[in-house]
Ligand binder design. Sequence first.
Ligand code: NCD
Length: 293
Amino acid sequence: MQHLVDTDDFSKEQIENIMHDAAAFKKEMPSKLLEDKLLITLFFESSTRTRSSFEVAAKRLGASVVHLDPSKSSTNKGESLEDTFENLAAMEPDGVIIRHEFNNTPKKLANKNLTPILNAGAGNYAHPTQALLDYFTMLEHFDFQELKGKTIAIVGDIISSRVAASGIRLYTRMGMNVVLVAPKPFMPDNDLPKYENLSEVIDKVDIIMSLRAQLERHKAPIFEDYDEYAKEYCITKDLFKEREILLLHPGPVMRNIDISDEMLTDKRCKVLTQVKNGVFVRMAILKALLLDN
Ligand code: NCD
């Protein structure tokens, strides 16, 4: 039984296969490979893209999906998360897709080995399917040439971001250079090159990944005025000019704080391509976990 807690649960060969399958699925919708499979989604935090993307991916492959709404489940009656999970696992699904505020929840449930666990976002620790779909979007942009040696700048509230955490681990493993651009309160503690201003890196990067300031995760407000923050960190046409840089954002985008309205409609900005690719990459991930194992 294989789980996906973070991308390092996949070998490099598996990642290559996932990229290959996702590209093939994008060219031509496959047959109902997972027709007899059933997945349960369990989202303890809000989600627009990830939950619907997993569901669309599963259904495109013919699988059934059952949603459990935690706000109406027995965790509300004092049942522990583990007990809730063990009850769901007793119904013998082919996998449980979980999003939770704690970093270690997916790992804890995976260790029980009752059913494959797919991490759809855990605290600020990991969001592996987002990292893989972002990696696919970069690969596709560079015509499936190696990304080794390409430089990506991750910009914004990096310390709160599980997308950044998973991305950093995946991109460095694949030989990419990762640099971080953020004001001090948003900067994590690691060995990567760090900058406070976008102007210092703009001529050195192939890709920029902008991130949302995750206000709901801040114990106390970090900036009083996000318009001031935007003056330095918002991605604008003025900053990009005619440079050939790929612009990514995992969503949800805070318009004119993360990325300007004008840049959101620029062809270098791939926010909706990421969402489109997310379905194909999740289809490939479901195939890898439920069929290829
Ligand atoms: C992110 C998340 O929830 O981790 N979004 C996503 O899944 N695409 C990032 C965010 O909430 O800002």
